[in-house]
Design a protein around this ligand. Structure first.
Ligand SMILES: NC(=O)c1ccc[n+]([C@@H]2O[C@H](COP(=O)([O-])OP(=O)(O)OC[C@H]3O[C@@H](n4cnc5c(N)ncnc54)[C@H](OP(=O)(O)O)[C@@H]3O)[C@@H](O)[C@H]2O)c1
Length: 303
């Protein structure tokens, strides 16, 4: 496969940062986007550029806040000018986590989480789809979560954002298949990244004091989660997510799995739901005479 031009969002830390490096190490040209590159993310920008220089890897850092139409537009212009109007791979990775008692999340809190995790991906996809459609090729990778498939109590509004990402991504996959564009959904399990250090705090946090036994379960669950992801022997390593993304990027167009689970902790529950859903969808599409839109629903299972 030829070397790809890749845009990734949220490349300051976590999966985005590791993936940007892995893709560039493998010869791809990476537009590693992050917000606030001249402010709080300046050290991350400089570290990434220093690394790229030392490794002679092709990484360009571009300012991009996925919540801002103007920021997406500016980044698009800058990147497409640099690539003479082409782009091969879009990776929607930027995300924030907000867990806890659901009632603590006001409407504004719901909007804030959806703004990044859902509308952020819509902004990016709508900005770059005209380019991919013109090329009649391309790949959109959507970083979802196993929490896009199951509900673990106290997932707050985060679970709802990732379920929405799943729905929008699968729909997009069907519509884009005849146009030669792949959509691949990546579903990581729990990993230690900066996500837990940047928890979104809902406006009505004090409501938790009125939740009695549920508040106790929340406390216990939060502690267990932190203990699990902080355990140095945890089998889930963020590099596995980057490896799965690299594999998707380097797989031939039209043959990529729709969903890729990256997890060694959850005992395969997501795979069961994915398999069931895949069978149901195949039947549904057949009933509507739309079987040709069916994406390859088989999954890579990483455990
Ligand atoms: N870690 C896990 O266990 C896990 C599991 C399943 C799915 N995921 C998903 O994986 C993706 C990456 O998360 P991570 O675990 O690597 O956490 P992370 O280290 O916190 O990375 C999240 C990235 O998103 C960026 N971001 C947040 N708001 C943004 C905005 N408005 N515009 C542009 N970028 C923004 C962050 O930038 P700033 O530094 O500027 O905030 C950061 O670069 C997320 O979509 C997350 O939901 C994570």
């Amino acid at each position: 496969m030829s070397k790809q031009k890749v845009l990734i969002t949220g490349a300051s830390t976590g999966f985005g940062n590791i993936t940007a490096k892995l893709l560039a190490e493998n010869g791809h040209t990476v537009y590693a986007t992050m917000r606030d590159v001249n402010g709080k993310n300046k050290p991350h920008k400089e570290a990434l550029l220093d690394w790229a220089k030392a490794e002679q890897a092709n990484i360009k850092v571009v300012e991009l806040d996925v919540t801002s139409d103007q920021s997406v537009e500016n980044a698009k212009e800058q990147i497409l000018t640099d690539t003479n109007g082409s782009m091969d791979v879009i990776i929607n990775n930027a995300g924030i986590y907000g867990g806890g008692i659901q009632e603590a999340f006001t409407v504004n809190d719901h909007k804030a989480l959806f703004e990044v995790n859902v509308f952020g991906t819509v902004r990016i996809n709508n900005a770059f789809l005209p380019t991919l459609r013109k090329q009649k090729s391309g790949l959109i990778i959507q970083i979802s979560s196993i929490l896009g498939r199951v509900i673990i109590p106290f997932g707050g509004v985060y679970d709802a954002t990732k379920w929405t990402v799943e729905a929008l991504s699968e729909n997009l996959a069907y519509e884009l298949k005849p146009l030669g564009i792949d959509v691949a959904i990546v579903q990581p399990g729990p990993f230690l990244t900066d996500l837990v250090n940047k928890l979104y705090q809902p406006e009505n946090l004090s409501i938790v004091n009125e939740y009695g036994k549920s508040a106790e379960y929340l406390k216990q669950f939060s502690q267990n989660f932190i203990n699990t992801v902080s355990d140095p022997n945890i089998p889930n390593k963020p590099e596995q997510v980057a490896d799965a993304i690299l594999k998707l990027v380097e797989t031939q167009n039209g043959t990529r799995p729709l969903r890729t689970v990256v997890d060694k902790l959850m005992g395969g529950v997501t795979e069961i739901i994915n398999d069931t859903s895949s069978n149901v969808q195949a039947g549904l599409l057949q009933n509507f005479g739309l079987s040709e839109l069916n994406s390859n629903n088989s999954e890579i299972i990483n455990n």
